[in-house]
Unconditional design. Sequence first.
Length: 282
Amino acid sequence: MKSAKSIFAPAVFLAATLLAPYTSNASDLVVPPALKEKGSIIVAIESTYPPMAYRNPKTNERLGFNVDLVTAMAQKMGIEVKWEELSFEQLATALEVGRVDLVGTAISDLPSRREKMTFVDYLRTGAQPFTTVANAQKLKTSADLCGLTVGAPSSTNYFPATKAWNEKNCVGTGKAAMTVNGTQGATAARLDLKQGRLDAAVLGPEYVSHLMRDEPDTYVLVGDPLIETLFGLAVSKKDPAMRDAVAGAVTSLIKDGTYMSLLKKYGLERQAMAEVKIDAGQ
């Protein structure tokens, strides 16, 4: 079985790495005076997506890479974090109306989301197919998915991305079409896969990494991600000073090694970015 660390081969995400880095004065880490005076940053978080942000089932403590990253970012700024627990659907509105200063949830930086938000991109992600060990011999590459039943959460961009991939790479090449099922979230996709209702599922590589660590010798990857994008910390487009402060703080964490240390803690080091980017997701 492949380890969680093998999720991304060196060639994967080549297009993302070729994107020009943000080159403003963000690395100078200038904290906006109003934020410094307030002494805290209000951060929206949705704690249902391990290993990015989730609750310890025994203690209800909030955990995850994003939680640790934002906490370290605030320390660089010399301020404290005030978390605002929201549903995913509430995040954009809360930022727009000024209820929060930052969206700290793992949210993909997509062009469609940039009308009112700007993103400090900090992690590579995508739509990763995976299956169970029992299916490992027949599913080795993404092309092997053609003609099979594949599931993805219907509320995420993984679902339309999987359907689009099917049209181009299965139907478009004369192969048998996938049956693409929309599931009620990541947990449902995993359950359907384990119970044999799906031949494979498509989720974020960070979540697949978490599953592979949580349930060893249960899952295997199927090829490379179907699409590639970036996770970003979202700030109101009306507040470029806040965006630059966040970018500067994360840049500092990359430079001093904190960023990579946190990635290794959660098995995400293969998704690392060498430097932050602004609004670079595709």
